[in-house]
Design a protein around this ligand. Structure first.
Ligand code: UDX
Length: 430
């Protein structure tokens, strides 16, 4: 099949590479000539394991074409996916300007045949019907269209395998022919098929992300109880998770969730609920607990650290990505700097992104984890990159002014840390 993907962020570029890898011809439309040139050269721009190889392979095979122009791409395509960003506005609602702008451009370039236009961007319920109105208003009489919602569930860091082997393929449309075409396009993908109407598909994405955020905030809430009562959160949640109805997956406490999806999607679902006069206090509590988790972590540091120099390992909102959007590390560093600390930090991928938003000279970024430790009064581990799992205990103790470790992801065994001579602070484990 020939398809077009508008946007080349995480969802757009990974989807494009995977569809091309499965033998489809994929046009990718962007608006930055500089970024398009890098993509044409095989540079994926974003950090995602395995993506560069897949991009180069499919460029070479001629199945991936990057362009600024809608004309040829849209005319040739049976399906056009919209994957542009839907960032949160100040009030938490999703900003749909880019989606609607792209819909206009698609409409003006449709050929005479039937085309499915499908939002892969996460959009509030009802957005696809607005897209349909824009398409119908701006298209030529000869062009026929149907809209569909085809949400994507990939995670950063494992985006390719998530896309190649999805748990489910959700296709929402009120048009039978559109559903048939999308089922055919996805025929090579494993996973269950969920064929449904438009609003259900739109809501599935928000409900999924919000449910995951609920699990994380619940784990963090229980950790708050553990901190005050002497209970061990990992043992509590292990036992809770042994109940098959609950499970342990995605119930790991820490310094809260970040990234481009959970914070924005919980806020957008809250906003939609408010507009529908639904009581959204549960979603508001999820967000509140998420912020409280990182605040409590810094409070603990301020209470226990004597000196004014802090070492940090891990800045990305999760391992295997350079993404720092809504990352707990940003809040933590900014608060420490405000409190008069100097911070020396290391991350395998995200340092240049942090420097773009924190220019304070009291934040030093170092090229190697152990370089951050010399002369620091405590080590804070904020992202569970694999390279931090095995500590060189002697080195850490030798380099730090005092052997104090704040583990924001419960990576280390408290008993072992104690035996190794550390003053150790985990999450909900003291
Ligand atoms: C998420 C969804 O998982 C994915 O399905 C959707 O398409 C996009 O949003 P992503 O944001 O890439 O993916 O990362 P994810 O692995 O879900 O982690 C999100 C955040 O939650 C990270 O900051 C992570 O550290 C945190 N997290 C995750 C926890 O704090 N505890 C957990 O148990 C799991």
């Amino acid at each position: 099949m020939t398809i077009t993907i508008v946007g080349h962020g995480y969802v757009g570029l990974v989807s494009a590479c995977v569809f091309a890898d499965f033998g489809n011809k994929v046009w990718v439309i962007g608006h930055s000539p500089e970024k398009l040139q890098r993509l044409k050269n095989g540079d994926p721009i974003i950090y995602e394991p395995g993506l560069a190889e897949m991009l180069k392979k499919n460029l070479k095979a001629g199945r991936l074409i990057f362009t600024e122009s809608y004309d040829e791409a849209v005319k040739e395509s049976s399906v056009v996916f919209i994957t542009v960003g839907t960032p949160p506005k100040k009030d938490g609602s999703a900003d749909l300007i880019a989606v609607f702008h792209v819909a206009q451009n698609i409409a003006k370039n449709l050929g005479d045949k039937f085309t499915v236009v499908s939002c892969k961007s996460t959009v509030p319920v009802g957005t696809n019907l607005d897209v349909e109105k824009i398409l119908n208003k701006n298209k030529s009489k000869k062009a026929t269209i149907a809209v569909a919602s085809c949400p994507e569930f990939l995670r950063e860091g494992s985006a390719i395998s998530d896309t190649v082997t999805p748990d489910r393929v959700v296709i929402g449309s009120n048009d039978k022919k559109a559903i048939e075409i999308l089922l055919e396009l996805h025929s090579t993908f494993p996973g269950k098929r969920v064929v449904t109407n438009l609003p259900s598909a739109e809501l599935i994405k928000y409900a999924s992300n919000s449910m995951l955020a609920v699990k994380i905030s619940f784990a963090n809430l229980i950790s708050f109880y553990c901190e005050q009562t002497g209970a061990d959160v990992e043992m509590v949640l292990d036992a809770v998770g042994m109940d098959k109805r609950i499970g342990r997956v995605f119930m790991y406490p820490g310094i809260g969730y970040g990234g481009s999806c959970f914070p924005k999607d919980v806020q957008a679902l809250t906003d939609t609920g408010k507009n529908l006069a639904i009581d959204v206090s549960m979603l508001e509590a999820v967000e509140k607990i998420n912020h409280h988790a990182r605040k409590l972590f810094v409070d603990k540091v301020l209470k226990h650290v004597g000196g004014k120099t802090i070492a940090i390992w891990g800045l990305a909102f999760k391992p295997d990505t350079d993404d720092i959007r809504f990352a707990p590390s940003v809040y933590i560093i900014e608060r420490l700097l405000k409190e008069g600390f100097s911070v020396k930090a290391y991350d395998a991928a995200a340092m240049s992104n942090v420097r773009k938003i924190i220019s304070d000279p009291k934040l030093t970024l170092v090229d190697e984890p152990y370089l951050a430790l010399a002369g620091a009064d405590a080590l804070l581990v904020l992202t569970e990159w694999n390279e931090f799992k095995e500590l060189n205990v002697q080195n850490v103790k030798k380099l730090l002014n005092s052997p104090m470790l704040f583990d924001g992801r419960n990576m280390y065994d408290p008993e072992k840390m104690k035996t190794d001579g550390f003053t150790y602070f985990g999450i909900g484990r003291n």
